[in-house]
Design a binder for this molecule. Structure first.
Ligand code: ATP
Length: 295
C-alpha cells in the first residue's frame, strides 16, 4: 500500500489544456479525449456543458469520472459512446477518430435497460442473436457471462422476477457478451441501495480483473470511484473541465474489505474536499437561478 498522501498523486499526464502524448504512450492508450468541448443552445442561451476536456485511458485501466450534478458527465459519456456527433475536439479509440458508435466500445446505462419480455438468458444473448449466432452457441457464451455476474441459476427468470441489482447485472452481462475492448458505464448503480452497490462493486472489480477491460465509469459516488479505480478524474461544475486527476494507489487485486482501510479513507476525504467546492458552487448557482426565475 502506498504511504504517499493522495494529494501527492496528481497525475500530470492529462490536464484540461492540450494533451500531447509520446508515441510509445499512444501505443498503450485505448482512449484519448483531446480538447473536447460541447455547447448546447437553449432558450436561455448557450450552455457550455464540457469545456476543453483532455485525458487518456490506458489499456486495461479503470478510470472514474466524478463531479457534481450538471457538470457534464453524461455529456462526455454520450460523446465517447458516439451518441453525440457534433462537438469540438477529438476522441480516438486505438488511434482511430470516432464519428459515431465504435465497435470496440460497450455501454452500460443508468436507466433500466433489460427487455422485460425476455428471460435472463435471452436478454444476455440478445446482441449475439442480432449478429446471427446460432442458438446453442449464443446460449453457451451467454451462460459464461451470466455466471461471471453471479446470476447462474436465474437464466430462465424474467426481469420482473429479479431485484434492481440483479437486473443491472443482466444489463452488464449483455454488454460484456460482445466482449467490447472498452467498457463505458454511466452511473450503473445509481438506483441501488448502498449495500447492493458495494457488493456489485466487488463483482465489477472481479470482472475487470479477469477480463482486463479498459473501463470508464461515470459516478457521483466517491466510495465507488475509489474502490474500483486506478485513477479518478474530478470535474469542475459548469463548464465541465478536468479539475484534478488522482491516482488511486491501493493494491490490486482489490477485495471488498479495501473500503475499510485507512488509505481508502484518506482518498475519499481528499476527493471530497475537491468535490465539495464544486458541488457547493453548483448548489449556489442553482439556487440563484431559481430565485431569478421567481422574481
Ligand atoms: N440536450 C441538451 N440540451 C441542452 N442542455 C443540455 C443538454 N444536455 C445537457 N445539457 C446541459 O449541459 C449541462 C451538463 O449536463 P450533463 O447531463 O452532462 O451533466 P451531468 O454531470 O451528467 O449531470 P447529472 O449528474 O445530474 O446527471 C447541464 O447544464 C445540462 O442542463
Amino acid at each position: 500500500m502506498s504511504d504517499s498522501k493522495p494529494e501527492d498523486n496528481r497525475d500530470m499526464r492529462a490536464s484540461s489544456a492540450n494533451l500531447r502524448l509520446a508515441p510509445a504512450e499512444i501505443a498503450e492508450t485505448d482512449l484519448i479525449i483531446d480538447g473536447v468541448s460541447k455547447r448546447f443552445n437553449t432558450r436561455e442561451g448557450t450552455v457550455t456543458a464540457v469545456d476543453g476536456m483532455s485525458f487518456s485511458i490506458e489499456r486495461g485501466e479503470f478510470v472514474s469520472i466524478i463531479g457534481p450534478s450538471g457538470c457534464g458527465k453524461s455529456t462526455i459519456f454520450s460523446i465517447l459512446g458516439g451518441l453525440v456527433r457534433s462537438f469540438d475536439g477529438r476522441v480516438t479509440v486505438n488511434g482511430e477518430e470516432i464519428s459515431g458508435p465504435h465497435p470496440a466500445i460497450g455501454m452500460v446505462f443508468q436507466e433500466e435497460s433489460t427487455f422485460p419480455w425476455r428471460t435472463v438468458i435471452d436478454n444476455v444473448a440478445f446482441p449475439l442473436e442480432v449478429q446471427g449466432v446460432a442458438k446453442a452457441q449464443r446460449y453457451e457464451i451467454a451462460r459464461r457471462f451470466i455466471d461471471m455476474v453471479g446470476l447462474a441459476g436465474f437464466e430462465q427468470r424474467y426481469p420482473s422476477e429479479l431485484s434492481g441489482g440483479m437486473r443491472q447485472r443482466v444489463a452488464i452481462a449483455r454488454t460484456l457478451v460482445f466482449e467490447p475492448k472498452i467498457l463505458l458505464m454511466d452511473e450503473p448503480f445509481a438506483a441501488l441501495d448502498e449495500q447492493t452497490r458495494l457488493l456489485l462493486g466487488d463483482k465489477v472489480l472481479k470482472i475487470q480483473q479477469d477480463l482486463r477491460q479498459t473501463t470508464l465509469l461515470i459516478t457521483h459516488n466517491i466510495t465507488e470511484a475509489v474502490q474500483l479505480s486506478d485513477r479518478v478524474i474530478i470535474m469542475t461544475f459548469r463548464p465541465g473541465r478536468v479539475k484534478r486527476i488522482v491516482d488511486i494507489r491501493l493494491p490490486r487485486p482489490r477485495h471488498g474489505d479495501v473500503v475499510s482501510s485507512e488509505a481508502f479513507g484518506r482518498y475519499v476525504a481528499e476527493i471530497w474536499s475537491d468535490l465539495r467546492e464544486e458541488a457547493s458552487r453548483g448548489m449556489a448557482e442553482t439556487e440563484a437561478g431559481a430565485r431569478q426565475s421567481k422574481a
